[in-house]
Write a protein that binds this ligand. Structure first.
Ligand code: PEP
Length: 249
């Protein structure tokens, strides 16, 4: 039985005033069959963890460094993330791969650092519109999987989020067939590399313009175990129905 996960990525949005959304979310979901994770900006991590302690809402960071410590001004290590009480960390988001030139091996280092610190990494992969239109999607996905997923994975330490770059923040969503094709492909790749048992245990999330109106349809796909949500995770009233749809799927 795979873990279902509704994860929210606040990106660079929200100051301490936004923390009330966590309260609302926790009060709306006093029990949840799925794991709920909110990834606020780093300065809010400590307080977010305090607010959500003993609730079904878990907290994650949006990134961590691949090294344990050192002269990396402005970065935070996986250990520092864990020290706030957070349990998850997003690694390899396409916005970081793009804006900070993160390569697959950087993402892999981050996922390994996350595991060493006791965190679960939400590792993002996905093709650009150009790759999609050139029918290169599965090649790109295969390359990202082999380059950025560490050797030693477990369901508690790694989640994969398939996020087509062209669907992030655009309101464009792939067809269910396209989502199914990529998720099934990821599952097969994981089973081939890590064995059937481990490969089948890893939760796969879809990300890219998920909202209340399309979530239930997306969650129908067998290998979609949840969602990584950007814009629609900022307000509890928008994210709540997505959680409810996942619990009902
Ligand atoms: C994201 O940034 O990971 C994301 C999926 O954003 P949105 O839901 O806004 O498309």
């Amino acid at each position: 039985m795979r873990r279902k996960i509704a994860a929210g990525n606040w990106k660079m949005n929200g100051t301490s005033a936004a923390l009330s959304e966590l309260d609302t979310l926790a009060q709306s979901h006093t029990h949840s069959d799925c794991t709920i994770v909110i990834c606020p900006p780093a300065p809010l991590l400590f307080r977010a963890c305090e607010i959500t302690v003993a609730t079904p809402v878990s907290i994650g960071a949006q990134d961590c460094h691949g090294e344990v410590k050192g002269a990396f001004t402005g970065d935070i290590s996986a250990e520092m993330v864990a020290d706030t009480g957070a349990t998850h960390v997003i690694v390899g988001h396409s916005e970081r791969r793009d804006a900070y030139n993160e390569r697959n091996r950087d993402v892999r280092n981050k996922a390994e650092a996350a595991r060493a610190a006791g965190l679960c990494a939400i590792l993002c992969i996905g093709e650009s519109l150009e790759d999609r239109e050139a029918s290169n999607t599965l090649d790109i996905i295969a390359g990202q999987l082999s380059g950025s997923v560490p050797e030693d994975i477990t369901a508690d330490t790694l989640v994969i989020a398939y996020e087509p770059i062209w669907a992030i923040g655009t309101g464009k969503v792939p067809t269910l067939e396209q989502i199914v094709q990529v998720h099934d492909f990821i599952r097969t790749q994981l089973c081939t590399r890590f064995g059937a048992e481990t490969g089948a245990s890893i939760s796969l999330l879809y990300g890219g313009s998920v909202k209340a109106s399309n979530a239930a349809e997306i969650f129908k796909a067998e290998n979609v175990d949840g969602a990584l949500v950007g814009g629609a995770s900022l307000k509890a009233e928008d994210f709540s129905p997505i959680i409810t749809a996942l619990n009902a799927s």
